[in-house]
Design a protein around this ligand. Sequence first.
Ligand code: AP5
Length: 211
Amino acid sequence: MNIILFGAPGAGKGTQSEFLVKRLDMTQISTGDLFRAAIKSQTELGIKAQAFMDRGQLVPDGIVIGMVEEVLQKGKKNIILDGFPRTVAQAESLDQLLVKMHLSIGKAIFLEVPMKILMDRLTGRRVCKGCGAVYHIVSKPTKTEGKCDICGGEVVQRNDDKAEVIETRLSTYLEYTSPLKEFYKKAGRYVEVDGNRGAEEVYLEIEKIVK
Ligand code: AP5
C-alpha cells in the first residue's frame, strides 16, 4: 500500500518512515530530504529551495510537484510520501499525477502532536552531516557527543531548527498544511494517529494501518 505520512514539523514523520522502511521494506520519498540532498550538491533545484527552507517557508508548489513527479516515475512500490503534499494545491496535483501514473494512495496518516512538544523536539533535534541519521539531545542522544553512532560523522543542528525559524515553520504548517486533514477526510483516506507517545508505540499503530 502507498501512504501519505503528514503532520507538523517534528511530528515524527522521518522517524516513523525509517521504521517502515526497515521493517516493512517500504520506500520513503521525503521532499525535505530530497531538497537537502540537492542543497548539499548545490544543484539549481537546491539553490532555489535553500532560500525558502532557511526562512522556514514552503518551497513553491511548482518546484515541489515537478520533483515528486520525477521520483514517482522511477516506479517504486509501497511508497511513503513524507512531507508531501503540504498544501491543498499539492494534494490536488498529486491526485492528477496518481491518475496519470495508475497509482493510488491507501491512507493519509496524520501524526497528531501538541505544539509545545513539537518545539522541544525540533530545538533538541540533531542530525548527522554524513548519513543523515536523526538524534535528539534528550530522547535519543549520540553515544559520543557530536559524533554519529552509525558513521562517525559530525552531528549538527539543522539550519531550520533554530527557534526563530521553527516559529515560521509551525505557523506555515497551521496555515497551509493543516487544511489537508479536511481534504483527506472528504476523500475517505484520513487516519489520525496519536504521535505523542514513544516512537515504538506510534510505529506499532501505523504498522497495523499499513498491514
Ligand atoms: P522537512 O524536512 O519535511 O521538515 P518538516 O516537515 O518540518 O519535518 P521535520 O523533518 O522537521 O520533522 P519530522 O516530522 O520528520 O520529525 P522527526 O522524525 O525528524 O521539510 C523541511 C523544509 O523543506 C520545509 O520547511 C520546506 O521549506 C521544504 N519542503 C519540504 N517538503 C515540502 C513540500 N512538500 N512543499 C514545500 N516545501 C517543502 O522527529 C523530530 C525530532 O523528534 C527528532 O529529534 C526525533 O528523534 C524526535 N522524535 C520523533 N518521534 C518521537 C517520539 N515519538 N517521541 C519523542 N521524540 C521523538
